[in-house]
Ligand binder design. Structure first.
Ligand code: FPP
Length: 262
């Protein structure tokens, strides 16, 4: 049902129209690119008397369901914050658990994501991740590179400031090599130098679990994004919660610095 269905403009097919989950969706006012800060795994687990890592495990299930919903809604891009450049400060067993979780996810979900026509990409400093995981990430990207469905960016060892620094360095190197002049550097070139090159700007940032900050996520890409904060912990964030965010987004007046739009 998910296979090769993405065709550009969001238009529901009969199956989707019959899905009561989508009754509240305004198909003309969906975001093109949604970014999610999947927060609250630890709190979810602790609230149930479980170890924190149980929360991360439950978070994988949530991610799978949300990705499927995003595919059904024909979103162009979904970017999720899986591991920040700051997350290395966590206790070693938790970091190791997360690395294993990413690896298992790639083993278990690769074929299905490919069947769903997903284009996966890892953003951030892949080179700082364990070598075997780097190989898996590259293989997954390679497998799905010609797919035409949703762009699924997984931010791993990612920091927005780090991404901007890397982009600035690469542009400076091109100037030093005489390929570009400093005056050529504009928004388009900057965007093309980011890890998310080719993706539309982020329309909506969702953060679960109550905190209301960006935490160094997609600093450039979110310049005009709408923000949606919910107290729900990530493992409890159902497809219906995702639809709630879509409904809220559809009602926002986006002015991009101009005058009233709606
Ligand atoms: C934040 O919750 C969550 C993370 C740092 C890890 C996110 C990872 C997943 C959801 C696993 C799935 C990802 C992939 C790509 C397979 P937290 O630990 O900071 O929660 P807390 O704020 O309650 O402590």
């Amino acid at each position: 049902m998910w296979k090769k269905i993405f065709g550009g403009k969001a238009q529901p097919n009969e199956e989707e129209l019959a899905n009561p989950l989508f009754d509240r969706i305004n198909w003309e006012r969906l975001p093109r690119h949604v970014a999610i800060i999947m927060d609250g795994n630890g709190r979810w687990a602790q609230g149930r008397g479980l170890v924190r890592t149980a929360g991360h495990k439950a978070g994988v299930k949530t991610l799978k369901n949300v990705l499927k919903t995003a595919i059904d809604l024909r979103l162009e891009a979904l970017t999720v914050y899986a591991f920040s450049t700051e997350n290395w400060k966590r206790p070693r067993p938790e970091v190791d658990f997360l690395m294993k979780l990413f690896s298992d996810y790639l083993i278990k979900e690769l074929e299905e994501m490919n069947d769903y026509n997903v284009r996966i990409r890892f953003i951030g400093r892949k080179d700082g991740m364990p070598e075997s995981l780097q190989r898996q990430m590259t293989a997954a990207e390679e497998l799905m590179k010609d797919n035409t469905g949703i762009r699924f960016n997984v931010a791993a060892n990612y920091g927005g400031q780090d991404e901007l620094l890397r982009a600035a360095r690469s542009l400076a190197q091109r100037v030093a090599a005489g390929e570009l002049s400093a005056a050529d550097i504009d928004e388009k070139l900057m965007e093309a130098s980011l890890d998310t090159a080719g993706d539309p700007p982020v329309d909506l940032v969702i953060r679960t679990s109550g905190d209301q900050r960006l935490s160094n996520f997609l600093l450039w890409q979110s310049a005009y994004a709408e923000f949606y904060f919910t107290d729900t912990n990530w493992p409890d964030f159902t497809p219906a919660c995702f639809v709630d965010a879509m409904v809220e987004f559809a009602g926002r007046d986006r002015r991009f610095g101009g005058l009233k739009n709606t």
